[in-house]
Design a protein around this ligand. Structure first.
Ligand SMILES: [Zn+2]
Ligand SMILES: [Zn+2]
Length: 69
């Protein structure tokens, strides 16, 4: 399947975007990324892109070091 054309973002817009904690990619508004608080410390908002979520790429909390699927 071909990827749908995506609008380009200005640098200013990119700076506001969250990044995926697993692959460090910017999570674009039209992508279905997820954000949740770290289940261990509850203090860090963890963002994951749809790809990493789908592939079950592990993440690590930068604060407490908790890793999860
Ligand atoms: Zn990712
Ligand atoms: Zn944590």
């Amino acid at each position: 399947m071909a990827e749908a054309a995506q609008p380009t973002l200005s640098l200013e817009e990119q700076a506001k975007l969250p990044t995926c904690i697993s692959c460090n990619r910017l999570i674009t508004p039209w992508e279905r990324g997820v954000a949740f608080l770290c289940p261990n410390c509850g203090e860090v908002l963890i963002w994951r892109c749809s790809k990493c979520r789908k592939m079950g790429v592990p993440y690590k909390c930068p604060k407490c070091g908790f890793t999860g699927p």
